[in-house]
Design a protein around this ligand. Structure first.
Ligand SMILES: *Cc1c(COP(=O)(O)O)cnc(C)c1O
Length: 352
């Protein structure tokens, strides 16, 4: 039997997506060829990437609103640099909310291209909360936030209102709930958490924020290169894009982000209720900022770790060890995680 996969990334995919992807690796679109051995310029693959782009705009309710959808290489990590290359003028400043490891990495790259201004930070409490009520100074080229902090298990519930482009790293909660996506001018997400397999990164960019920096941008780093060639400037990650197309279709078929949110809220409530009501456990993140995607918690009595780990292993639970920088436990319960698997974890917690 398959394990209950709580991995933070690469992470669980819907069973139906894995089956369809496996079938396409054997025989893609009745071509009697594998998905991974045909041209990315074939009409069959062109249909795949176009469909993935259309599904993205549909799920985000951004059709006809001036946004472009790209599937790029280099992970979300390359976006840290690429977005600054495209949006930050030389000697320019950009505002960053420091909510953890991934924000810090984004800040580091911005400082290569210009200057970051840290608007607020939750470092003082080990990143267990989301800063609120901070000021946003004038003269910033853009503001960057991380909507969900995968490692610490916090999520931004209210986004800042800014009059400059708002850039968001949505790697670990994209399409997990209904949002006004038009609040954002640039959205990026590594596919391997909530919308697919590793190897491709979804970028949704509002076209009118580009070409403002007067900077010379290397070809591969320039969003315009990829926009003008519809993500086919170079050979893209065909398998990963195919998996994302299937995954986005899966979200649409179950009712889109509205239904996805209902399912995700149920899963999160089930697990957080157990953490709050079971004296063996304590949550890591501040309650009001808790992530419904990455649930971080600790044992109140560390001597019970061996027994808990054993029970979890016996129940077929995979990858609930916390990130090395936080310790404790982290259960990643992304879109594809069935509630039945969350129940298995809760049952193990009850049995401790
Ligand atoms: C995983 C993650 C990243 C890094 O993604 P890569 O695709 O591995 O580069 C960046 N930001 C967040 C919020 C993440 O969870």
């Amino acid at each position: 039997m398959k394990k209950h996969n709580f991995s933070a990334g690469p992470s669980i995919l819907p069973d139906s997506v894995i089956k369809q992807a496996a079938a396409a690796v054997l025989n893609f679109d009745n071509m009697d060829l594998s998905l991974v051995e045909v041209s990315h310029r074939s009409p069959q693959f062109d249909a795949v990437i176009k469909k993935a782009q259309k599904l993205t705009l549909e799920l985000a309710d951004l059709e006809g609103k001036g946004y472009e959808v790209l599937f790029l290489g280099g992970g979300a990590s390359l976006q840290f640099l690429m977005l600054a290359f495209n949006l930050l003028p030389e000697n320019g400043k950009a505002g960053y909310l420091d909510t953890g490891v991934w924000s810090k990495k984004a800040i580091k790259e911005a400082d290569i291209m210009g200057e970051s201004v840290v608007l607020a930070s939750s470092k003082d409490k080990g990143y267990n909360y989301i800063p609120k009520g901070y000021n946003i100074p004038e003269g910033l080229a853009y503001v960057h936030i991380t909507s969900n902090n995968t490692i610490f298990g916090t999520q931004i519930k209210d986004f800042p209102n800014v009059d400059v482009p708002l850039v968001v790293d949505m790697s670990s909660d994209i399409f997990s709930k209904k949002l006004d996506f038009s609040k954002f001018d640039l959205i990026y997400a590594g596919a391997q958490k909530n919308i697919g397999a590793s190897g491709t990164t979804l970028v949704i960019v509002k076209k009118d924020i580009l070409d403002k920096t007067k900077r010379t941008i290397p070809t591969m780093m320039n969003y315009q290169t990829h926009i003008s060639k519809d993500s086919l400037f170079h050979t893209p990650a065909v398998f990963s894009i195919y998996v994302s197309m299937l995954y986005l279709q899966w979200v649409k078929d179950l009712g889109g982000v509205v239904e996805m949110e209902k399912i995700n809220d149920k899963k999160a409530a089930l697990l957080y209720d157990e953490i709050d009501n079971n004296p063996n456990f304590i949550g890591f993140a501040a309650k009001e900022d808790r992530s419904p995607m990455n649930v971080t918690f600790n044992l109140t009595d560390a001597s019970k770790a061996e027994r808990f780990n054993k029970l979890a292993l016996e129940a077929g639970i995979h990858a609930i060890k916390g990130h090395r920088s936080v310790g404790g436990y982290r259960a990643s319960i992304y879109n594809a995680m069935p509630i039945e698997s969350v129940q298995v974890l809760v049952d193990v917690m009850k049995a401790l």
